[in-house]
Design a binder for this molecule. Structure first.
Ligand SMILES: C[S@@+](CC[C@H](N)C(=O)[O-])C[C@H]1O[C@@H](n2cnc3c(N)ncnc32)[C@H](O)[C@@H]1O
Length: 232
């Protein structure tokens, strides 16, 4: 663990779920109004559920910012009883430590009766990077342990969870070249969802070709953004 990560602090958000205050970036991984509430609202309800209406067999998801693994765990949980294959690729430049991950309260808060969740959550963190791992026969995870700026992607994704730290903390991750990279990684008809609703960011999305929709945000935020790569 780097010195920066050693100073990270786990705290309880308003829905009772944990988040981390990242000393390296001076920001938190989630909203103080509720980590699970925010992840469910922005990524699961606005991103994953609409996709499931149209994609009966296989879904391919790219997450920018694996972080605590909360979005990946919620996706795993939601997909567990559906007869669909999930390919989930997650980018992370600064992985949290395994002891930090073990102290997060997500598995029990998501479903305290589902013992598999804790096992899967630990495996998500302890599994190696750069290797596709079948967490179950239906859910494959690949962690890309590098900086987004340096990575390339196959144009295979139906959905992107864009969960970088905010533009105020990391403006370099909200630029046109990065959004072009995200656009190119999506299949036609693919969608990017993010909690960020800044005007400049939405203009950048439009400039690279996305159709942009404003949506109601999670508690504490008026709006969030959904960006669609239209079919030709
Ligand atoms: C908002 S947090 C992600 C929260 C995460 N989705 C979760 O559910 O916990 C942003 C993440 O992006 C990672 N990150 C920051 N800069 C990065 C970069 N240039 N490339 C890849 N990952 C980066 C951080 O380490 C952090 O884990």
């Amino acid at each position: 663990m780097s010195d920066d990560a050693a100073n990270d602090e786990i705290f309880v958000t308003q829905d009772g779920s944990h988040s981390i205050a990242a000393s390296r970036f001076g920001v938190t991984y989630h909203s103080k109004y509720g980590a699970i509430t925010e992840s469910r609202h922005v990524f699961i309800q606005a991103g994953l559920f609409p996709l499931l209406l149209n994609t009966p067999v296989q879904v391919s998801i790219l997450e920018m910012g694996f972080g605590t693994g909360l979005n990946a765990l919620l996706t795993f949980y939601e997909m567990a009883n559906r007869r669909m294959e999930v390919y989930y690729e997650a980018i992370e430049g600064f992985p949290i430590s395994i002891p930090a991950a073990q102290s997060l309260n997500y598995p029990e808060l998501i479903d305290e009766k589902d013992a598999e969740l804790k096992v899967v959550f630990e495996r998500m963190h302890s599994m190696p990077g750069e290797e596709e791992v079948a967490l179950t026969p239906h859910f494959k995870l690949l962690k890309r342990l590098g900086n987004l700026e340096d990575l390339d992607f196959l144009p295979r994704f139906d959905l992107i969870y864009y969960d970088a730290f905010a533009p105020s903390a990391q403006p370099e991750l909200w630029t046109a070249p990065i959004m072009q990279k995200m656009y190119d990684a999506l299949r036609p008809g693919g969608v990017l969802v993010t909690y960020c609703a800044k005007g400049e960011f939405k203009r950048t999305l439009k400039a690279v070709g996305f159709t942009v929709e404003r949506m109601p945000g999670p508690p504490g935020k008026r709006e969030m953004t959904k960006a669609i790569k239209e079919r030709a």
